[in-house]
Write a protein that binds this ligand. Sequence first.
Ligand code: ARG
Length: 466
Amino acid sequence: MAKNTERKVNTMWGGRFFSEPSNTMEKINSSIGIDHRLAGQDIKGSIAHVKMLAHQEIIPREVSETIIDGLKTIENEIMAGEFKFEVSLEDVHMNIENRLHDLVGSDAGFLHTARSRNDQVATDFRMWIRESLDELVMLISRCMMAFLGIAENHYDTIMPGFTHMQSAQPITLGHHMLAYVEMLSRDKERFGEARNRLNECPLGAAALAGTSFPIDRFMTAQALGFDKPMANSIDAVSDRDFALDFVSGAAICATHLSRFAEELVIWSSDQFRFIQISESFSTGSSIMPQKRNPDAAELIRAKVSLISGGLVSLLTLLKGLPLAYSKDLQEDKEIIFRVHDNLCLLLNVMAEMLPEIKVNKEVLKDSASSKFITATDLADYLVSNFKYSFRQSHHAVGELVRKAENLGCDLKDLDINHFKEIEPNIDDGIFEVLAVRHSIKSRKSYGGTDPSQVKARITEWKKRLT
Ligand code: ARG
């Protein structure tokens, strides 16, 4: 049984302090409005800790059982939405410990043996991010499926491919969609790597130096699903590189989404008309009755700034901190929760918006047959058939393009004699080489836009994702 020392309301450090914090101090100091989201992890961590304490005979078994019962009651109260989080109790750890005291009395005081809030919060936070990473990986897969859906329907739908936002070479829409599938799959990998790296347990590092109690850190690490305990107690409580891994991976993933969102905005414009976004993901204008605005895509593009801003915030938060713990670290959670919430939203919106997009195949095709888009095919043809070096050929075709431009026509509209001027042995077959469909089909190099290749990639991806 605990010694009967008088417990002051609110303060865990009541032995040392006589007065309560000022209201403004409470405002800046309290994190419960944010870190209540760690409650589930905090209770799991406490149960693992208290079981270990009893196993190591650091606290009596009956006490540990009382504490665990109390923690489970608290867990139920939180899940039922009945738990009252108090700002005056500062954070999630103290809210829970205080409630435990209400429920089980002085036995609650044994829970905090051989630990500190410093290792406690680092443990909770790692577990929270671990769950978030698992959720995000699932949402990315769903989003990849949505891209794959369009790719499958349009594996041979011709469109212009762009460089510098100028028509470059014809590609297929399927190929373009698969580019995003590849990007998102690397995002998933990055999250997987972040997960592997974060999966070491800080619990037992205590305030910063470890503890004099004979704890078993391997036991708590295992109970909480970690691979092993962290090897350095100072590192365990002070670094947040696992959160940086998370937010940098998130920023990269969000950037990928933003690039596509930007393409959606451009493609759905009256000037492009490549696609139409469904009404359910568009908005109208309060003044212009004709308008149909791509707000969802614009907001994806915009909210990415909050995510990449999160990366900058966290880097800035950490860069000036001497080891080990400083209260600055309390601010890390708001950043990470916001990044998580926004990235989940963006992935969900993208996954739901994509299947409803209407593709204007005719417009895409027309747009791909303009502006010398197969000039490279002609250059390649001269190299393959007439022993030109690529540079010679590039020059010759360049001159021909200029000629066509002066005549106000496309390459394919030139007379055969114009081609014969650069290469006398060219015959009518050249017009086939200049055809967009021919161009697409000839891009058979691994990873190229040839529709049969695109189809093969889609089959591979579908297998990998299901
Ligand atoms: N709420 C705190 C945080 O999130 C918990 C750790 C507090 N530790 C301390 N030594 N004051 O960082």
